[in-house]
Structure formats: C-alpha cells, structure tokens
Write a protein that binds this ligand. Structure first.
Ligand code: CP
Ligand code: NVA
Length: 309
C-alpha cells in the first residue's frame, strides 16, 4: 500500500523504528545493499534547500537509485498545469516524489493524486523529515528518548509543529516558549496532547522562554523568519528579541543539556554564537543525520509499497 510522509503524525506507529533503522544505516554508510537500484526520486523544490536536497539525493544514490531535481519554474506547473495532473504524470515516471512547498494543501493535493509515496520536504505547517534526524541525534546522545525533556524556544513554526508531534509519539516531554501571536498550530498541539497522554509525556505551550528551558535535556531553536516571511523580518525580529538562545537561557536547562537547531542559523538573532559554536551544540551531528534518516524514510516508504493492509 502506498504510504506518504506528509506530517510527523504519519509516523505515529513507527517513528522510533525509523530512528533505529537510521542509526543502523549510519554504521553501514557505504556497504548497504543497493535495494533501491533503478528507483527514481523526483524532488520538487519551490524554496531553497541545502540539507534536504543534498541528503535526499545522496541517500537515494547510495541506495542504488537516482534523483531528479525539479524546479517548478522550469516545469509546466509554473505555467498553470495543476498539481493534481503533475502528480499523475510524475507517478508514471518516478518511484518517490519529495515536495518542498509554500502550501501544505498543495503537498496534500500532490499526495492524493500520486500513486507513489510523497515526502513532505517542508511546507508552511510541518517539516517531518527534519525531526527524524533530530530525535535520532537525541537518541545517539542520551541512549534513549522516553522521559527526556525538549525545550523549543522561538517561533511556533513548521519546526515547532513537527517537533511537538514527534515528541508526543516518542514519550518526550516538550515545552515551547513562544511569543504571543506566534504559538504552534493549535490543532497539532491538541492531537499531540492526546498522544502524549497515551505515551506518558506532556506538551506545554508557554510565553516565557526561560520557563520553557527549565530542566531541559535539549534546547532547540529555529529561525525567526522562515522562508516566505521575508516581508515580516523587521517586525518579527522585534517581537522575538527576548527569545534568543544564549548562555543565560542555556543555564536554565540541565548541566548536561545539548543545543539543537535544524539550520540554517543566524548567529546573534535566534542563537548566540557562544551557544551554537560552543561545546553543547550538536547541530552538525543533526545535519549529518539527515542523510541516514533520509535513507531510512525512503526504505520505509518503499517497503510499504510491497505490503498489503
Ligand atoms: N534543515 C533544513 O531543512 O535545511 P535546508 O533548508 O537546507 O534543506
Ligand atoms: N522554519 C524554517 C525551517 C528551515 C529548514 C523555514 O521554514 O524556513
């Protein structure tokens, strides 16, 4: 059965399994069987990308397949061909489609009309592939996930939404410190609350970044101005001025706490250089883990195509 990865909640039954597979794949970087030989990944990017593009492309190549980078400006979709028709056409050529889009509705529309697995490579609402690498990195660092506390400080954006969803699946406590008007998506928080209850953890949405960071095992932040929000730059930088992750904020977390960021980062805005370039930062391990998790995601979605349910 075809399986898509549009939201972190789409991994509610096997997120930790995907993480464990990623850890395993990391040990066998070049000696994994080319199980995706002759398989093609079509990658549509409406926005810029370094990590997502290169990790997905490298992942499929190392598994024996090939990737085609698709810029919508060069495609007929850029001249008005519908997303639905694009999905049907691409499904006749490729085995997976990844899509980085402005609108989560477009990602859902593509998935509905594609007969091959669709991977959300970031939209305005979620960034599900990133959080697999994030929780993998936490598991590598702490040897477990259940019972840990993740503090997310800053914009209640796509990253915050997917982290909240992922934490609730994994039994990780999550505290978000975000300013008024920039809280995470309420329907995601509601669903995460239900899942967290089942999995023995909690979701807290707070106004105070210091309170959110208290006793955390990991402190996470993301840009204040996401792609597509450039016009709000001045206003957002003003609203988020008290939300920088710096040494004073890190001192609220556990002594053993790590600093995380999906990257790209802006030193002096959402994070001080002393923190991101300091000894507690594991941001480049997170970035590398995008490769291993990309492989695990491709393998998991591929497997679903050959399983009936
Ligand atoms: N973290 C992340 O998704 O980075 P890119 O925008 O470079 O893909
Ligand atoms: N929130 C950021 C994440 C970038 C990986 C954005 O959407 O631009």
């Amino acid at each position: 059965m075809k399986r898509d990865l549009l939201s972190a909640f789409d991994m509610k039954d096997d997120l930790e399994q995907i993480i464990d597979l990623s850890i395993n794949l990391k040990k066998r970087r070049y000696d994994y069987e080319p199980v995706l030989a002759r398989h093609i990944l079509g990658m549509i990017f409406e926005k810029q990308s370094t990590r997502t593009r290169v990790s997905l492309e490298t992942a499929i190549e190392q598994l024996g397949g090939h990737a085609i980078y698709l810029n919508p400006n060069d495609m007929q979709v850029g001249r008005g061909e519908t997303v639905a028709d694009t999905a049907r056409v691409l499904s006749g050529f490729v085995d997976f489609i990844s899509y980085r889009a402005y609108s989560s509705e477009n990602v859902a529309e593509l998935a509905r009309n594609a007969s091959v697995p669709v991977i959300n490579a970031l939209d305005n609402k979620e960034h599900p592939v990133q959080i697999v690498a994030d929780f993998m990195t936490m598991k590598e660092k702490f040897g477990k996930l259940k019972g840990l506390k993740l503090a997310y400080v800053g914009d209640g954006n796509n990253m915050a939404n997917s982290l909240i969803a992922g934490a609730s699946i994994l039994g990780v406590d999550v505290s978000v410190g975000a300013p008024h008007g920039h809280k995470p998506d309420s329907s995601i928080v509601q669903r995460a609350n239900e899942l967290a209850k089942k999995n023995g953890s909690k979701v807290e949405i707070l106004d105070d970044p210091m309170e959110a960071a208290e006793n955390a095992d990991a402190v996470y932040t993301d840009v204040w101005v996401s792609m597509g929000e450039e016009a709000e730059k001045k206003e957002k930088e003003r609203q988020f001025s008290g939300f920088q992750v710096n040494d004073s904020l890190m001192s609220k977390a556990k002594k053993s706490a790590i600093f995380m960021h999906c990257l790209p980062a802006h030193r002096g805005l959402e994070v001080s250089a002393s923190v991101i370039d300091g000894p507690r930062s594991i941001v480049f391990q997170q970035a590398e883990n995008r490769l291993h998790t990309a492989k695990a995601i491709l393998l998991t979605l591929h497997k679903s195509m050959h399983t009936h349910s």
